[in-house]
Design a protein around this ligand. Structure first.
Ligand code: SAM
Length: 290
């Protein structure tokens, strides 16, 4: 029997008198086939350390701990800590950290792995209300995570993995794909959770690139341009850039020059630009002194 078997989950919840907290995004997985598929997708073995975010009652943690060198699981809800001590008592390679992942000093925390030099993968069924902040927190920590295999709302997974010229493509696609190759691995129906969420989910597999997708002069400026280009999706890139930098003749002249240098027309929309296009555009704007 597994923690994620519906009858076992129910018994654990009852035994500990646990009630779900919606504000923590608590939807627990009760499908062992899906859990097996997640672990297979993440290709975990004894030479990999895993960081899990939000172990809940340990449904995924159990599968991870059986394969990985070690699992470090960050759980915000203190009511779950004694439950996890109970459900995961047979494992000596799991550390549960009772902390908000967004406040955790990950650089320091990962030193607590017995072998901190092993590659680290992030595997999690994320709390959906903070999916994007968590991903950005992990990426910006500058820890060289080998990959992320994470469950999230399907719509967010589509946005992160989107290609140019699609409705889902935007600054989030660029922020993640700049560092990681992102692909939807499989879809998970809402029926396999207790309680069932209102949306379907997807497992997104993100593998770190050896180098960012494009080389740019100034990363912060590049992300700033990407963001500004999607503020009004239906407007042209030109409109969005003049909104961002102003409409003076001087700015317009510089913008015209920069677009020309980047090989872009005045009528193009942000959604048509590849990440390489955004890289060229950001560098050209910098060269123009914008
Ligand atoms: N892994 C479990 C499973 O698949 O059944 C539970 C997943 S549930 C979608 C999300 C989990 O994240 C909950 O246990 C919740 O308490 C926890 N959580 C929510 N916000 C968090 C935060 N900021 N830091 C750490 N854990 C958080």
């Amino acid at each position: 029997m597994r923690i994620a078997d519906y009858s076992v989950t129910k018994a654990i919840l009852e035994r500990h008198g646990f009630t779900f907290k919606k504000s923590f995004g608590q939807n627990f997985l009760t499908d062992t086939n899906i859990l097996q598929k997640i672990v297979d997708t993440a290709e975990i073995d004894e030479n990999v350390n895993v960081i899990e975010i939000g172990p809940g009652i340990g449904a995924l943690t159990e599968f991870l701990a059986e394969k990985a060198a070690e699992v470090m699981a960050f759980e915000i809800d203190d009511r779950l800590i004694p439950i996890l001590a109970d459900t995961l008592r047979d494992f000596d390679n799991v550390q549960v950290v009772n902390e908000d992942i967004l406040k955790a000093d990950l650089q320091t925390q990962i030193q607590a792995f017995k072998n901190p030099d092993l590659p680290i993968k992030v595997v999690a069924n994320l709390p959906y209300y903070i999916t994007t902040p968590i991903l950005m927190h992990l990426i910006e920590s500058k820890i060289p995570f080998a990959e992320f295999v994470v469950m999230m709302q399907k719509e967010v997974a589509d946005r992160i993995s989107a290609e140019p010229n699609t409705k889902a493509y935007g600054s989030l696609s660029i922020a993640v794909q700049y560092y990681m190759d992102a692909k939807v691995a499989f879809i998970v129906p809402r029926t396999v959770f207790v309680p069932a969420p209102n949306v379907d989910s997807a497992i997104l597999k993100m593998v770190r690139r050896d180098q960012p997708l494009v080389a740019v002069q100034d990363e912060d400026f590049f992300f700033d341009i990407a963001k500004a280009s999607f503020v009004h999706r239906r407007k042209t890139l030109w409109n969005n850039l003049t909104n961002r930098f102003g409409k003076s003749e001087d700015v317009k002249e510089k913008l015209t020059q920069a677009l020309e240098m980047a090989g872009l027309t005045l009528s193009v929309r942000g959604e048509a630009l590849s990440i390489a296009d955004f890289g060229r555009l950001a560098d050209a704007l910098k060269d123009q002194g914008i």
